[in-house]
Design a protein around this ligand. Structure first.
Ligand SMILES: [Fe+2]
Ligand SMILES: [Fe+2]
Length: 275
């Protein structure tokens, strides 16, 4: 399977919740669930800027179809960045200091910048797979966002829809950039990078969520256990994506081996929630 020939990557220029104050615990009044998503959101503005730069560095010489997809991917990620900046401002207005989390993102990106561009593309390709499988889980099971503030839920669903739509772009760019490599050289780099970014993702998001919970006055073993249960038990986002994560290492992997466009079919533009 490769990227479906009839796939359309459709940037939707939406805005969410600009005029409303966000409740401190906007996800079902649950500090742990809120911290999980807030910690993720903090990574997006700079993280997605890094994805855009990493992919665009390899667009010269790309076949016309891939070049068009890179352009659409860029437009989607630019809008995501803008909306997560706005969302993170609402998180800050709700009383959180997100700067310790941002510093962590800066450190990771500084490390990536010290490596060759192909390593940044590999990291982007791995993280885009990660993002796409989280997006799939989010859209497949409404329990993940049950009880969320409506504009926040709409923003996360919009982002998830577009992540699924463009999930093959970084991968196809990687295939194009490494077309002269042997299969084993490709696999070795992509597997090493996936293991590294997964470890960093799990460590950084856990510490980030724990920091936000500390600002709520919630610390200690019980809170760590609640966070682990939220991620791995119920609703268990990280448990849900385990199989799809492992598929990345199989020979013949491509993000579109799983065609999950059915999840997008029910999506309607949340114009009523935009401001
Ligand atoms: Fe995005
Ligand atoms: Fe993306």
């Amino acid at each position: 399977m490769t990227t479906p020939a009839d796939l359309v990557i459709h940037p939707r220029d939406e805005r969410f919740g600009r005029n409303d104050k966000l409740a401190r615990w906007w996800l079902a009044g649950d500090p742990v669930a809120t911290a999980f998503y807030n910690a993720l959101s903090v990574t997006f503005p700079k993280g997605e800027g890094f994805f855009i730069d990493s992919v665009r560095r390899f667009r010269d010489g790309a076949p016309p179809r891939l070049a068009g997809e890179i352009a659409a991917f860029t437009r989607q990620e630019v809008a995501h960045t803008r909306e997560h900046v706005a969302f993170n401002r609402r998180v800050t207005d709700a009383g959180y200091d997100i700067r310790p989390l941002e510093r962590r993102v800066d450190e990771r990106l500084a490390f990536a910048a010290s490596k060759p561009p192909i390593a940044s593309l590999a990291a982007t390709m791995a993280l885009e797979h990660f993002t796409a499988i989280l997006a799939h889980a989010l859209l497949a099971d409404p329990r993940h966002l049950a009880g969320a503030e409506p504009a926040a839920a709409a923003m996360w669903r919009w982002h998830a829809v577009e992540e699924i739509e463009h999930k093959g772009v970084a991968y196809d760019t990687w295939l194009h950039a490494t077309r002269g490599w042997t299969r084993i050289a490709r696999w070795t780099l992509k597997a090493r990078v996936m293991l590294l970014v997964t470890r960093n993702f799990l460590v950084d998001r856990s510490l980030g969520a724990a920091e936000l919970l500390r600002q709520d006055g919630l610390t200690g073993a019980r809170i760590w256990a609640r966070l682990a249960w939220f991620a791995l038990g119920k609703p268990g986002m990280m448990r849900c994506v385990l199989g799809a994560w492992a598929a990345f290492f199989l020979p013949g992997f491509h993000p579109w081996n799983e065609d999950d466009r059915a999840l997008l079919a029910n999506y309607s533009e949340p114009a009523a929630l935009t401001a």
